[in-house]
Design a protein around this ligand. Sequence first.
Ligand SMILES: [Zn+2]
Length: 236
Amino acid sequence: MIAEEGTMLVEKGPILVEEGPMLAEEGTMLVEKGTMIEEGRTMLVEKGPILAEEKTILLESKDLLSDFITVLVVELQSLMGMFLYLPHGISSSPYSHLLDPNMWVEIYDVFTRDACSLLGLSVDSPLSVCVNAGCTALPALLNIKQVMLQRQVTGIWNGKDELPIEIDLGQDSRYHSVFACPILRQQSTENNPPMRLICGHVISRDALNKLSNGNKLKCPYCPIEQSPSDARLIYF
Ligand SMILES: [Zn+2]
């Protein structure tokens, strides 16, 4: 028995000698892997707060942007893709164009147009609106003037506020009506809305309060005496 075991041990000897360096190599690899895992762990610990911040941003955007998902699918996909590059900086990512300073100029323009559109106001200045309306209407007015001269009916156009014909300026030139108080000479606001007096004249609420004398109010135009509480709010 001992002799047999001796033979087996002698046979295994060279095999073990061969396995020795392999095991040593594996050992080195494991030590290297260990270092890498340790490094990875340090990075994750360092990135923890950044990831938490990203999570907050993602959760907030989910609440804020979910209403727009049906109309802005492509834009929102792009925005979500950009978040993936947050840890390494968006400026060096394929989404760097989203940080272009020109975007602010574009956003400013979009916001102005949207705000004006919501309020029914013109984006352009009132002067340019008037000039454009005049340019659109002038050919038709010159035409009608010519016709009236030919038929010798110029008297119809008596030069008062009204034009002899209606001229369509197009949908772009139609705006929401604004009310400017004739007393305070200010445009009405939500806090200072127009009020209709029982005589039919309209002034702003601030003007009404200023003109009221206790329970009495004299219309600045008629001047019919009335109670300030009879005035009715006008909605545009
Ligand atoms: Zn009046």
